[in-house]
Design a protein around this ligand. Structure first.
Ligand SMILES: Nc1ncnc2c1ncn2[C@@H]1O[C@H](COP(=O)(O)OP(=O)(O)OP(=O)(O)O)[C@@H](O)[C@H]1O
Ligand SMILES: [Mg+2]
Length: 506
């Protein structure tokens, strides 16, 4: 008998949620030793399809074949039994447990107590084999997000997954980590394992995948060989029209009132290591200052200091002349788009409408004498859903049920609609599709043109260059240099990102 070349075939999968047809007869297959890309805009139905595969959702129609045989995947444990591993778009690790404890969590054990020694050995062996190094004894919350991802992958490999689903794995990775991941993927496919790779970064999809399946609005659009594709073609199939990220012309704003002023700021990271060193920065009204840098060079601490989430060890931060701590809760002063949208940006079990008023829910017009005024809250939600193009059947839906990109839009709508004098946007386009990225750029540019001061932190050099009036490059918590956005070139910034001082700084 000839061995089946397909590790996985999903045929005509349909999945409905109240008010949404998330998957409308979608088919996807993956050969042994192949990387299959899965592409589609935010809300297209990618995660839903993978949740069906992993037994988290029961499909309303269609079938799944593993090694050519039809199977019923009724739960994640059934999925694991069939050799399916999944690294979720939003990690599902237990923050307070160590890497090793997370990996063995849920594994059957024959003994009355948990003997971690053999598990540790196996984990170290897997880490070495795939070049994904983690400290087994550090609690998850202390690990950088890249290593949390390795823990998720190692967890699946520990269970010997034959088909590994990676849902936007590189959205949170620094470039060097993405390279490491690529190498690990290469190893895995050499061993005959199959990978389903979801990403909004087309360059990576072109590099890593063998074939790509494109879906749009819950529907199957097509599958193509990667070597016959171009980024432009993929984008077009995905969005239905051509899109690209370019620097747009912008009016000159004459009046340069300083809004955000940071003076000699020093701050530590979660582990007590100095993360910002004598940091000085002024952002003026009507200006976008982009912070370029490899993730993990102080970006997170920078935005947390401004938002009052992190204490300075010394120095000062003012907004329009006032201490930042005095105005941080005032939506007309600071709009804040945090890096981790699920942990600090949203309350996942609240509705879209509730999340949209979370800063002002106790004030008029949303509440009177401590009683919420629901018709007003509903109307407000309806307006913002339209204005910011949030894809949801209504404002009553829990934010948890929105796609990742649409969750981000909820935060942007809430934070920017009050027209604050300062916008702090930390990785605001992470995980967004190209159309949505262009949309966020348009919004930030409009904010600038209305006179807001904008601090824009992003690990994507291309978008920092497209959007910024001035660019500062952050390396190990220090400003390596400041460049004019109109004149900056990628190779100079790239060198500065690696810690080399510029010859021409402005
Ligand atoms: N549990 C759920 N209940 C209700 N609706 C849901 C649920 N899960 C997903 N949806 C809806 O199904 C649609 C598809 O969402 P899905 O998360 O699969 O998109 P996606 O392609 O992964 O998007 P992204 O790129 O933003 O992650 C969206 O409209 C979403 O709001
Ligand atoms: Mg998704």
């Amino acid at each position: 008998m000839v061995e089946n070349e397909f590790a996985l075939q999903m045929q005509d999968i349909t999945k409905r949620f109240p008010g949404v047809l998330a998957n409308d007869r979608i088919s996807l297959d993956c050969k042994k030793g192949e990387v299959m890309g899965l592409l589609g805009e935010n809300g297209a139905g990618k995660t839903t399809l993978m949740n069906v595969l992993y037994g988290l959702h029961q499909p309303d129609g269609g079938k799944i074949l593993i090694d050519g045989k039809e199977v019923q995947i009724t739960s994640p444990s059934a999925a694991i039994h069939y050799g399916i591993g999944m690294v979720h778009q939003h990690f599902k690790l237990v923050d307070t447990l160590t890497a090793l404890e997370n990996i063995v969590l849920g594994m059957p054990t024959k003994k009355a107590f948990l003997d971690l020694a053999p598990a540790r050995e196996r984990l170290m062996q897997l880490s070495d084999e795939y070049g994904l190094h983690v400290d087994p004894d550090t609690e998850i919350w202390r690990l950088p997000v890249g290593q949390q991802q390795w823990v998720e992958i190692l967890k699946s490999l520990y269970r010997d997954a034959k088909i590994l689903v990676l849902d936007e794995p590189t959205a949170v990775l620094a470039p060097a980590e993405s390279d490491q991941l690529c190498q690990a993927i290469h190893r895995l496919t050499e061993e005959g394992r199959s990978i389903i790779f979801i990403s909004h970064k087309l360059r990576e999809v072109m590099e890593i995948t063998d074939r790509v399946t494109i879906i749009r609005d819950g529907k199957y659009i097509g599958t193509i060989q990667t070597k016959e594709a171009t980024q432009l073609k993929l984008a077009q199939m995905m969005v239905g029209r051509p899109v690209s990220i370019v620097r747009q012309p912008r009016p000159v704003i004459e009046k340069k009132e300083p809004i955000l002023v940071m003076k000699d700021v020093n701050a530590n990271d979660d582990r007590g290591v100095q993360a910002l060193k004598n940091f000085n920065l002024t952002v003026n009204a009507g200006e976008i200052v982009g912070v370029a840098g490899v993730d993990g060079n102080g970006q997170r601490e920078l935005s947390e200091c401004i938002s009052g989430l992190r204490k300075l060890t010394s120095g000062s931060i003012t907004v329009k002349g006032k201490q930042v701590t005095d105005v941080v809760a005032d939506p007309s002063f600071i709009g804040f788009i945090p890096e981790d949208r699920q942990k600090t940006g949203l309350v996942m079990d609240f509705s879209v409408a509730e999340n949209l008023i979370i800063k002002d829910y106790y004030k008029e017009p949303y509440a009177k004498k401590n009683i919420l005024h629901h018709p007003v809250i509903k109307k407000h939600a309806k307006e913002l859903i339209e204005k910011y193009n949030i894809k949801t059947p209504s404002g009553d839906v829990k934010v948890r049920n929105l796609s990742g990109g649409n969750q981000q839009k909820v935060i942007i709508a809430r934070e920017l609609d009050a027209e604050p004098v300062l916008d702090v946007a930390s990785q605001p386009t992470r995980g967004l599709d190209m159309g949505a990225v262009a949309n966020v750029h348009d919004i930030l540019l409009k904010e600038r043109n209305r006179g807001a001061a904008i601090l824009f932190i992003s690990a994507e050099l291309q978008e920092v260059m497209a959007l910024s009036d001035r660019i500062i490059v952050l390396f190990r918590g220090e400003v390596m240099g400041v460049l004019d956005g109109d004149k900056a070139d990628a190779s100079t910034i790239g060198q500065m990102m690696l810690g080399q001082s510029p010859e021409v700084a402005i």
